[in-house]
Ligand binder design. Structure first.
Ligand SMILES: Nc1nc2c(c(=O)[nH]1)N[C@H]1C(S)=C(S)[C@@H](COP(=O)(O)O)O[C@H]1N2
Ligand SMILES: [Mo]
Length: 310
C-alpha cells in the first residue's frame, strides 16, 4: 500500500495490485551509489510519479516531495517537486523484468533517474508533498549532499569531505579551522555550530538553524544565509563580503569587526520584501556600513538602533 499525502487536493492510497493497473512506464537507466559503485542498463518498470500526482491534484503550495519508507527509523529522502517530475521519477514495482526483491526495496520503491541512489527509497510507504523542504535520513544524519547530482559529484555536503568526515561534522557541529568551501548546509539543524576561522566561501546555509553559532574570523564571502536562524550568532572579524542575510533572524547577533563589502540584508523577491530581523541586541557597528550599497545602508540605518544609544 502506498499513499500520497500533504499538499494535494485529494489524498489517495493504492495497493500493489491497484498500482499495477495504472499505465505502466518502463525505462532503462544507469544507477550510481554515492559510495562509488554504479550499475548500468538497469530496466525499471512502474508508474510515473507525474501519473500518480495527476490523480491527486497537487496544490499550488506543493514545492517539495518527500519519499517515506516503511523502515523503523522512517527513512525518507526529498527533492524539489519540479526536479522529481522532470527527471521522470518512477514508482517502481519491477526491476530487470521481475518483482523487486525485498532486499532491494520491494514490493514498491521510488526510483529517481539521474540522482545518486539514496534519492530512491526502498519499501516506499508514502509520498508527501511539502511547501518547504525536509531533509531526508542520510542527508540529515550523515551529511549526504541534498542535491545528489552524480555529474557534479554532489556526494557529501562539501567537495572536500568523504563519508566519515561528513558524518562526524554533522554529529560534532565543529567546523573550527576546516576548509569547507561551497558546503551545502541548507535547511540543516546546526544550532550551536563552532566554525571559528573556517573557510566557508560560497557556503549555502539557507534556512539553516544556526542559533548561537560561532563564525568568528570565518571566511564567509558570498555565503548564503537567506531565512536562516542566526539568533545570538557571532561573526566577529568574519569576512562577510557578498554574503546574503535577507530574511535571516539576526536578533542578538554580533557582527563586530566583520567585513561587509557588498553584503545584503534586505532584498526584493517575487513574494515581496525579504528583510533580515534585527533588534537592539544586534551588533553591527556603523563604522562598517560604508562598505554597503546605499539601499543596504539605508536598511540598516532605519532598522538598527545606533550602538551609542542606551
Ligand atoms: N528505506 C531505505 N531506502 C534506501 C536506503 C536505506 O537505507 N533505507 N539506502 C539508500 C542507498 S544509500 C542506496 S545506495 C540504495 C541501495 O539500493 P539497493 O539495496 O537496491 O542497491 O537504496 C537507498 N534507499
Ligand atoms: Mo548509497
Amino acid at each position: 500500500m502506498i499513499r500520497v499525502t500533504g499538499c494535494v487536493e485529494t489524498s489517495q492510497a493504492w495497493s500493489l495490485e491497484q498500482l499495477q493497473r495504472l499505465a505502466p512506464t518502463a525505462r532503462t537507466m544507469d544507477i550510481h551509489c554515492v559510495t562509488r559503485w554504479s550499475m548500468f542498463d538497469m530496466e525499471v518498470t512502474g508508474v510515473l510519479l507525474a501519473e500518480l500526482l495527476s490523480i491527486c491534484c497537487p496544490r499550488s503550495d506543493a514545492r517539495f516531495v518527500s519519499f517515506i519508507s516503511y523502515s523503523q527509523r522512517r527513512h525518507s529522502t526529498s527533492l524539489p517537486l519540479d526536479e522529481a517530475l522532470s527527471l521522470g521519477t518512477i514508482i517502481a514495482t519491477q526491476m530487470a523484468g521481475k518483482p523487486i526483491p525485498p532486499e532491494h526495496g520491494g514490493p514498491i520503491r521510488n526510483i529517481v533517474p539521474g540522482k545518486y541512489f539514496y534519492k530512491s527509497v526502498k519499501w516506499l510507504a508514502e509520498i508527501e508533498l511539502l511547501p518547504e523542504d525536509r531533509l531526508g535520513y542520510w542527508e540529515a544524519e550523515s551529511g549526504y549532499h541534498n542535491g545528489a547530482d552524480p555529474w557534479h559529484e554532489q556526494r557529501y555536503m562539501a567537495p572536500t569531505l568523504d563519508k566519515r568526515q561528513a558524518a562526524r561534522l554533522i554529529e560534532s557541529r565543529n567546523f573550527n579551522g576546516l576548509n569547507l568551501r561551497s558546503i551545502n548546509a541548507a535547511g540543516r539543524n546546526l544550532e550551536g555550530l563552532e566554525a571559528i576561522a573556517s573557510q566557508l566561501r560560497d557556503a549555502d546555509f539557507r534556512q539553516a538553524q544556526l542559533a548561537g553559532a560561532n563564525f568568528s574570523r570565518a571566511n564567509l564571502s558570498n555565503a548564503h544565509f537567506e531565512q536562516s536562524d542566526l539568533r545570538r550568532a557571532t561573526f566577529r572579524g568574519a569576512d562577510l563580503e557578498g554574503a546574503n542575510f535577507s530574511g535571516a533572524d539576526l536578533r542578538g547577533a554580533d557582527l563586530s569587526e566583520a567585513s561587509l563589502f557588498g553584503s545584503t540584508f534586505c532584498q526584493a523577491t517575487a513574494a515581496g520584501k525579504m528583510a533580515a530581523q534585527i533588534d537592539r541586541q544586534t551588533v553591527i557597528p556603523n563604522d562598517l556600513w560604508s562598505a554597503l550599497t546605499p539601499d543596504q545602508f539605508q536598511f540598516l540605518a532605519s532598522n538598527l538602533a545606533s550602538p551609542s544609544e542606551p
